[in-house]
Design a protein around this ligand. Structure first.
Ligand code: MEV
Length: 359
């Protein structure tokens, strides 16, 4: 059994605009998806999802379309879990040059699904790492990030940037602008996350922004203005002392930019009443700034507040189901446990010894 984990993330600035080549700054947080992989003797994939905001289930299927899973749980939930795992497995098969490698995959995640905290990117990144390691191939995090991006790009029909997957693979704060992905230094930012218990449909939300942008020049300008906010924000971060806690002045300036960024995301139609409620509750409680994080439509907001006030305020906000402080995850993808490799399946069968009849 090989076990890898990868962190979720919050966007300090720049979601959506990053899809159109503007820069974004996501920050990895200490909420992780943990994926355990055991190579199989056949070419099947069995996915067991233990949490992921859904009731646990197990599905097993082979490679041909008529072997797709037939299970008694709502199809979109199965697709959400298996679509990303399938794409990750394809990347792992390609990386180990074995198109017929089969795996038992178990996912445990404390990142709510579709809530703007990068759950799918974390699952894909950890799956690629665990699956390749389980067959004796160790990829570096930059290659995992690239393969995870290809997997997300495929599942999201081309509507994905490199931001979520690069951030999850590398950890820390990152800056992504098109193909240019790099890690950056930041002080220890005091993130508070509020979660409304819901989720957004990333594909539909990205498509909505694209439509607005194509229809109205001012919507295209709005996307570019988000890029200006990010550029302003990264200058502040570059000038800040990356060791230790940020000073009040920096938090106030970053907070202003977050507020502005949220306003523009709201204008682009990707906020929701509950996200706006939580953003306002955080501001009223004294947060330096607050914005939705990720695709929007429902899910999470992120606020900056070193004091307990925002957590308390959000806890008493109707529609806010969970509140937590999110520490920056300095480590990206990492192996948690590794057993001897080279064998495929518990029976110790080497590559080439696969039970071809097992379907
Ligand atoms: C989703 O977490 C972030 C978006 O910018 C889409 C993407 O970057 O792929 C909305």
């Amino acid at each position: 059994m090989t076990v890898s984990s990868a962190p979720g993330k919050v966007y300090l600035f720049g979601e959506h605009a990053v899809v159109y080549g503007e820069p974004a700054v996501p920050c990895a947080i200490e909420r992780r998806a943990t994926v355990s992989v055991e190579p199989r003797a056949d070419d099947h994939i069995r996915v067991t999802a233990r949490d992921l905001s859904l009731d646990g289930f197990t599905v097993e299927y082979g490679q041909s379309p008529d072997e797709r899973p037939d299970v008694d749980v709502p199809t979109p939930l199965v697709e959400a879990a298996t679509g990303y795992v399938d794409a990750a497995v394809e990347q792992a098969r390609d990386a180990v040059s074995d198109p017929e490698a089969g795996f038992d995959v178990t996912i445990e995640s404390d990142i709510p699904l579709g809530a703007g905290l990068g759950s799918s990117a974390a699952v894909v990144v950890a799956s690629i790492d665990a699956a390749t390691r389980s067959l004796g191939v160790e990829l570096d995090p930059v290659e995992i990030a690239e393969r995870a991006y290809q997997a997300e790009y495929e599942v999201q029909s081309g509507q994905a940037s490199r931001a979520d997957t690069f951030c999850s693979a590398m950890g820390g704060a990152v800056r992504v602008e098109g193909d240019d992905c790099r890690t950056i230094d930041t002080p220890n930012l005091p993130f508070v996350v509020g979660f409304d218990g819901g989720a957004g449909d990333t594909g539909a939300l990205v498509a909505g922004v694209r439509d607005l942008k194509e229809r109205y020049a001012f919507a295209a300008d709005t996307v570019e203005t988000v890029g200006d906010i990010v550029r302003e924000g990264e200058t502040l971060l570059a000038d800040a002392d990356a060791d230790g806690d940020p000073d009040e002045e920096l938090l106030a300036e970053l907070g202003n930019l977050m507020d502005f960024n949220h306003g523009l995301l709201e204008a682009l139609g990707v906020s929701s009443r509950s996200l706006d409620n939580m953003v306002w509750a955080a501001r009223m409680a004294g947060a330096h700034g607050a914005k939705l994080t990720g695709a929007g439509g429902g899910g999470c907001i992120v606020a900056l507040d070193p004091t307990p006030e925002t957590e308390t305020g959000l806890r008493f906000t109707p529609g806010c189901e969970d509140v937590f402080r999110a520490e920056l995850a300095t480590e990206g993808v990492r192996v948690e446990a590794e057993s001897a490799v080279g064998a495929r399946g518990d029976d110790g069968g080497e590559a080439g010894e696969r039970d071809e009849g097992a379907e």
